[in-house]
Design a protein around this ligand. Structure first.
Ligand code: RIB
Ligand code: CA
Length: 324
């Protein structure tokens, strides 16, 4: 089993440079908060937004709202692709509300978007750093990331790895076969999984083990900070849909698993696998076909499957208290 797979075996003496590509989305917001709460461990170079949970005009606005909540109005926030590479955009207001950040109580952003397309910003930031220095975290549809591979494949292959929330070994959440991020842009997901950069994949199998129970929700509120109040409102709103749909115990917290792994890899366990993406079948479009039993010699992803959920919420509590 792959344990806390960290970077290329070297102990990190300085914060890990990270680009976060996302479609906020309440759970994307929790991931952003956790990353920005730990500048000792993660240097967020930029946040890039993609159309997904809600249209791009809202995901980029939400990214700026969360970045400002974290006291980082200086942080570059770039808008990327509004629609998938080939299929039309399908959004998820039924989960995230009309704004995509319902429950947050956050004000409108004060500062404007950073100029420059997200894809160009991503490429420039990676090119400006040494080989293997930058880690890319992706918590939405992979359209921006795929386009960066198309535009500058050699630059993208300088990435240390891509840590992404997406896919599933077993059940999907949009169709029985497909998870939302991969379903929305399956062609982009195929390009990224074939891109030649090591991937750490957090699919629904592991994120559904990180459930927002009532007790955990209370603990978030009791952290007592401004960030905690916003996160509490967002988690409570987002959990209602999943709670009704999956279990009375609570709703899964998907995207923050990526950041939690960067901060504390031993919270998760998984296995190096071959992962392929279905793009053509109307029935199984967006399915991640995970070779868990290791028949294929070529592996392209560390697929996470188990999580220490109590340990995750201890880490979240620490982040919320650090952020103040
Ligand atoms: O399937 C869950 C994923 O889809 C999460 O990233 C959530 O934010 C939505 O984008
Ligand atoms: Ca997301």
């Amino acid at each position: 089993m792959v344990g806390g797979v960290t970077d290329r075996g070297t102990a990190r003496m300085s914060p890990r440079p990270v680009i976060i590509d996302c479609d906020p989305g309440q759970d994307d917001a929790v991931a952003l908060v956790m990353a920005l709460a730990r500048p000792d461990a993660i240097e967020v170079l930029a946040v890039t937004a993609v159309g997904g949970n809600v249209p791009l005009r809202l995901t980029e606005r939400n990214a700026r709202r969360v970045v400002e909540l974290c006291g980082r109005p200086d942080l570059p926030v770039h808008a990327g692709c509004a629609a998938p590479l080939i299929v039309p955009l399908e959004t998820a207001e039924y989960v995230h509300g009309e704004t995509g950040l319902d429950g947050s109580g956050l004000p409108d952003p004060e500062r404007p978007l950073t100029s420059g397309h997200a894809v160009d910003a991503m490429i420039d930031l990676i090119e400006a750093r040494p080989e293997g220095a930058v880690t890319l975290v992706a918590t939405g549809p992979l359209t921006n990331v795929a386009l960066a591979f198309a535009k500058a494949p050699a630059v993208m292959r300088r990435l240390e790895r891509i840590v992404l929330m997406g896919g599933a070994l077993e059940l999907g959440n949009v169709t029985p076969a497909a998870e939302f991020n991969v379903y929305v842009d399956p062609h982009a997901a195929r390009m990224v999984f074939q891109g030649g950069v090591p991937i750490t994949m957090f699919g629904l199998d592991v994120t559904h083990k990180v459930l927002v129970t009532d007790a955990r929700l209370r603990r978030v509120r009791e952290a007592g900070t401004g960030a905690a109040a916003a996160i509490h409102g967002m988690m409570e709103f987002a959990a209602r849909y999943d709670r009704e749909r999956y279990s009375a115990e609570g709703g899964p917290l998907h995207d923050p698993c990526t950041i939690a792994w960067l901060l504390q890899p031993d919270l998760f366990r998984g296995r190096e696998c071959r992962v392929e993406i279905e793009t053509d079948s109307p029935l199984t479009r967006g399915m991640t076909v995970v070779d868990w039993l290791g028949r294929a010699p070529e592996k392209n992803a560390a697929v996470m499957r188990d999580a220490d959920a109590d340990g995750f919420f201890d880490l979240l509590d620490d982040c919320l208290k650090r952020l103040g």
